[in-house]
Design a protein around this ligand. Structure first.
Ligand SMILES: NC(=O)C1=CN([C@@H]2O[C@H](COP(=O)(O)OP(=O)(O)OC[C@H]3O[C@@H](n4cnc5c(N)ncnc54)[C@H](O)[C@@H]3O)[C@@H](O)[C@H]2O)C=CC1
Ligand SMILES: O=C(O)CCC(=O)C(=O)O
Length: 421
């Protein structure tokens, strides 16, 4: 099979991780490509009028990894880094994540190569609508259901839903999740990923016998996932001593006021300008001593260069793919020091509540917020227990255990459906 279109460092990571798990599970060579490579991938051109009258064309992608368990599911990312390799890796990770959580989905991901911070609101709307228009032949409530990811939000999901619905001649809420409540969204989706991260951090602290009100945390990334994680951890009594985004990093051992940081970002769209005294370099922040380190921004930030220097007790991966395989090997040597909550477990709250949103939209029956979070925490608890039990039993890392569970689920479904002899 010629797989050359899938390349780049993020795709290589997903490939390397899969190879390690496939070796551990003793999956036959001839079955590996079927499990790893995406079912289909789309590349589309999205032309829009810029505010100055120019026409600019942006490249968009959607990768659907497998449809063995149901529709594919995953976010749409607007970022300058986006290419088909990055999106394919994120789609593959979505598959293992959904399978670990027991959701009836395969993984997908999409994105546009664009810096959304450089578009006006009108340009962002035009690009979002054009992207969905180009995707109409490939998505559907029972084929592939989009959601937010880095650089997109509830408003973008509302534009996606509206564009798809106008084309169909009727409102189809269930085409995307992560929508505003007023457009058929569920209570709790906006906070779901961060609250899920905080729940699992709480469980890891208990596991290690550390009291939340004596713990400290550093959070990289202060968007949807990072800011809600910081806020939810602070509500649990954890002192937030460091935060960063793409514009600034702050460290204060006495603790930062998360609500104040959220107000600042709400007003200015970024962390820069909060305080001159507590400024620190972004790379230094990651290796400061803390109980909980939460990378909640981009991929590949814990690397062979800093994995031996991080000084946390818990590494809670809010982001997708923040740790390279080389760093993983180092962290595995430090298992007694650092408890890793791997991304496909740690940030699964988002897609789990997206699943609840899809179910509610399909049934036209909406739940109370307590029902959303009770069900979310039950699924996360089960995944947490399964992951640590398997890691202990097979003497493997938490990442390897979580992935092994996910890969096994997909493999079993393919086998049952007759795709494996
Ligand atoms: N939104 C969701 O529900 C989910 C998101 N994720 C993952 O979480 C991560 C963050 O996503 P969101 O919070 O949704 O995105 P977002 O767009 O809301 O926020 C991203 C944040 O990361 C910051 N950032 C970007 N580059 C950075 C850098 N080099 N250093 C420090 N900060 C940087 C941005 O300034 C911003 O604060 C991504 O890896 C995404 O794939 C995972 C599961 C669900
Ligand atoms: O909510 C969803 O469907 C997907 C969220 C997502 O993109 C992720 O978990 O990485």
């Amino acid at each position: 099979m010629n797989t050359a279109i899938y390349s780049g460092p993020v795709f290589e990571m997903a490939k390397q991780q899969f190879a390690q798990v496939a070796d551990h599970l003793d999956i036959r060579e001839m079955d590996r490509d079927r499990l790893l490579y995406p079912k289909r991938a789309m590349a589309v051109s999205c032309p829009i009028h810029r505010d100055d009258g120019r026409i600019e064309v942006y490249q968009g992608y959607r990768v659907q990894h497998h449809l063995t368990l149901g529709p594919t599911k995953g976010g749409t990312r607007f970022a300058p880094s986006v290419d088909i390799g990055e999106i394919a890796a994120l789609a593959i990770w979505m598959s293992w994540k959904c399978a670990l959580a027991g959701l009836p989905y395969g993984g997908a991901k999409g994105g546009i190569t664009v810096d959304p911070y450089k578009l006006s609101p009108r340009e962002l709307e035009a690009l979002s609508r054009r992207h969905m228009q180009e995707m109409i032949p490939f998505v559907g409530p029972h084929t592939d259901v989009m959601a937010p990811d880095m650089g997109t939000n509830e408003q973008v999901m509302a534009w996606f839903m509206d564009t798809y619905s106008m084309y169909q001649g009727q409102t189809i809420n269930e085409i995307v999740t992560g929508k505003p409540i007023s457009a058929g969204g569920t209570l709790g989706r906006r906070e779901a990923t961060g609250r899920g991260v905080a729940y699992l951090v709480g469980r890891a602290l208990e596991h290690l016998g550390i009291r939340a009100d004596r713990a400290t945390a550093i959070v990289q990334g202060f968007g949807n996932v990072g800011s809600v994680t910081a806020y939810s951890l602070a509500k649990r009594g954890v002192r937030i001593i460091g935060v960063s985004d793409h514009t600034a990093a702050y460290y204060d051992p006495a603790g930062l006021d998360v609500a104040e940081l959220q107000r600042h970002v709400g007003k200015h769209g970024q962390l820069a300008g909060v305080s001159a005294e507590s400024l620190i370099s972004a790379s230094e922040l990651l290796v400061r001593k803390c109980d909980v380190l939460v990378p909640a921004a981009i991929e590949r930030v814990i690397t062979s260069g800093n994995a031996s220097k991080v000084k946390c007790r818990i590494l809670a991966e809010g982001a997708n793919g923040p740790t390279t395989p080389e760093a993983d090997a180092i962290l595995y040597q430090r298992t007694d020091e650092i408890f890793v909550l791997p991304d496909i477990l740690c940030n699964a709250g988002g897609v789990i509540v997206s699943y609840f949103e899809w179910v509610q939209d399909l049934q036209r029956l909406f739940w109370e917020e307590t029902e959303v979070f009770d069900r979310l925490y039950r699924i996360l608890e089960r995944s947490f227990q399964q992951t640590i039990a398997r890691a202990k039993h097979e003497r493997i890392s938490h990442r390897m255990a979580a992935m092994a569970i996910g890969v096994n689920v997909v493999q079993a479904a393919k086998r049952t459906r007759g795709l494996f002899p």
